[in-house]
Design a protein around this ligand. Sequence first.
Ligand code: SF4
Length: 302
Amino acid sequence: MLLNFAKKRAFPASSAKPSPVFVPLGYLPKRTVQRAFSGAETALPGPRQAPKKTGRKALPVKYCYEELFKRTKKAIVKYNMLADEQGVMVGLSGGKDSATLLYVLKKFQPLSRFKYKLAAGHIGLGFPGEDVSPLEEYCRQLDVPFFHEKTKIGPLVFEVRRESNPCSLCAKLRRGALNNLALANGYTKVALGHHQDDVLETLLLKTFFEGNIASFNPVTWLDRKGVTVIRPFVYAPEDLVAHVAKECGLPVVASLCPAGGLTRRQDMKEFLRELDALSPEAKDRATSALERLFEDKWDGRK
Ligand code: SF4
């Protein structure tokens, strides 16, 4: 049913073909690429050709979704992210990453051997003009409970504290509010949409600007709160997540934050983009290196 919903949103009968989105194929298994371009699949639109300059092609949405699902499942299984009778609240920020995570976890729910309840939680930052109705509607379509907490984190960070590095305090306060929202409604796990690029951007930021080799972990147990934070997209590159979000027509609410796109993280994003153009496997290799380096820390139970 959900895939039908995605197909209808992605390819509405009345509209023309969706605008092309090009996905690097370097991180997709050779077999998947061969299957996708063999012509055997007729239910979905045919492969779209990439600009000659980069030599990249685009895959039909089905294969991108399969790849994203596979990478998400790998993280969930490897790090035991789910368990019976534990409620999982997805932090639905309004961005593409969390919307896609909610979609994938909803699809994963009936396939998992664990029985868990799923919900979405949104923390309003208090910027003028915030509108959560698209997120509410999205959750209604997915049949997932939606929880919303209004805060004044935005004005506090930008007007009262006038932070030179607003993201650090903002993210900390927002995470705290989300954890509280989850606990108050009976959910002991919080799932965040951080993907592979986020992991590597954080690594670069900490290494180059703090002199500390570190990044966040797939599973973090917050013992003082009694909450476990999970990040099922740690193996999923951002462009794969973005492609699935776009092709499935998932709702994205534009950020009203004045710091959006002007952060050091954005610089690291550009850096990774250039690296990806040089070697499409580089991000997977860097993630494996990080995983080996922090073998114990990556599993929040150790
Ligand atoms: S970009 Fe804005 S909303 Fe996002 S973490 Fe930074 S300050 Fe907060």
